[in-house]
Design a protein around this ligand. Sequence first.
Ligand code: LP5
Ligand code: MN
Length: 273
Amino acid sequence: MSALSGQASEHQQRPTRSRHLQSSIAGARDLQETLLVSDLHLAPERPEGIALFLRFLADRARGAGRLYILGDLFDAWIGDDDDTPAHRAVIDGLRALSNSGTSCALMHGNRDFLIGRRFARASGCRLLRDPARIALGGEPVLLMHGDLLCTDDVAYQRFRRKVRNPLVQRLFLLKRLEARRKIAADYRRRSAEAMAAKTEEIMDVSPQEVTRRIRRAGVQRLVHGHTHRPADHDLVVDGRIVRRHVLAEWHDGRGEVLVHADGQWWREPVLAA
Ligand code: LP5
Ligand code: MN
């Protein structure tokens, strides 16, 4: 693999077309938009982040054909029986969007891998496997959260294997909500300590693993989040140019969405009113 460029100019932000223009063109050809987001890290203690996402669901995402959430929608998900009102509001927002005709799909991240069937039923979201190979405008595209690509972070991969063990998860889910919240906070604290001792390089994707996943899936486009290093990378795999879109983290009242429509890809900011 070799990187051709860090940022691809054709994929820079593009002015939003007016809703009217979008719908009149869409009438003639299949221009339905696909929206991709990840790493929203929604948490009850940051109501402005929740409000931004709810507005995005009710406004920008309305009328889109598909919405893909590629993991870490929540800062921590401790089980579908969680009764936090802010989390319920997110479920209701997703349900309203899926009821309005947008197909919503959600992939687990390293913070919310306990999202399960009950959440899926209530929100109207389909749960996606990681990785997931989908078709967009006739092109196969590989979707991942991104943590599986960070194979140099051996301590994280070991932690991941433990917490993705179904038996470990079942035992965790048997605990009371308050006990689960404490364990999640403890993992967060220990993870922050561990991360402070890791290099930026270790916590980024492994180029070899990126190539391996792309080759295995037979795609020329990969979309993922997790690293919080938004960019559009071009690389060469087996003589073919492959594009890797890294999604942005939502933070400090600002989000970002990657949009696909009619064979074109662009990024749009999501801002508070
Ligand atoms: O998300 P981000 O960018 O902050 O950090 C990640 C990695 N950290 C994690 C840990 C999560 O943040 C913890 C939150 C979990 C909430 C869910 C609760 C449900 C628990 C259910 C249990 C069944 O994913 C971090 C990476 C970084 O990305 C970059 O890729 O480096 O990884 C770590 O820091 C992991 C540490 O290296 C080792 C783990 C320390 C915690 C030890 C706990 C003991 C494990 C026991 C398992 C049963
Ligand atoms: Mn993540």
